[in-house]
Write a protein that binds this ligand. Sequence first.
Ligand SMILES: Cc1cc2nc3c(=O)[nH]c(=O)nc-3n(C[C@H](O)[C@H](O)[C@H](O)COP(=O)(O)O)c2cc1C
Length: 237
Amino acid sequence: MVFHLLKKWFSFSDVKNKTSRMARLSLAMLRREYFGKPLLEEYLGDDPFELFDAWFEDAAREIKDDPNAMILSTSGKEGQPSSRTVLLKGYTREGFVFFTNYQSRKGKQISFNPRVSLLFYWPGLVRQVIVEGVAEKIAEEESETYFKSRPAGSQISAIASPQSDVVDSRAELEERARFIEQQTSESEIKRPAHWGGYLVRPHRIEFWQGRINRLHDRICYQRKGDEKKWKRVRLAP
Ligand SMILES: Cc1cc2nc3c(=O)[nH]c(=O)nc-3n(C[C@H](O)[C@H](O)[C@H](O)COP(=O)(O)O)c2cc1C
């Protein structure tokens, strides 16, 4: 019996090893050539937002789903970075806006350390944009206006979900949502004070364009403190 079990385990672990070796091999072979459009200084101005406008327009046209998805990275007390996807809901020369729960893990980290990074990757265009900056809460009225524009179901979920907290079950969340739905008519749904927007004021914006033979283009705009003017440099890929 013991021999039989041992034999079974060994043959299983052999299969497991073979599979992970195969996965490793095929991952190493996952490779594509990047034929992006050149990103050359002669066509660039001093304002990174001019380039962001053009790239975002391309992304909105070419990327079917969530061209406005971006990876938000934050870090809290322990200095441990954490990342997640959020949606860009607006931007101006001042910065980039997204909405979330202020009491979530990211919200707590931002209140401890407002320095954050945003990353857009648009695979079809072989383009990446990385923003580094400082996050601040937007005005309550702006959060109010955006909250009101959301579908009722999303508004209810924002109230029902204690984002990032451990919950007992899916059923518990659904029950909370159902309770709120039954208690409130659509016109009465109120934005919870802990839900709203952040504006990320950038001091560094890097544009990466994938190019042939991995000799990519990287153009980085930086400014210090309250400086209005941006300094533009090219970085090695
Ligand atoms: C495509 C996509 C879009 C998302 N957009 C948002 C968003 O705009 N705001 C938000 O709070 N969470 C959004 N999420 C969920 C977050 O990635 C994350 O799970 C949640 O905010 C909790 O993060 P935290 O626990 O690190 O605070 C999105 C997730 C995906 C995959």
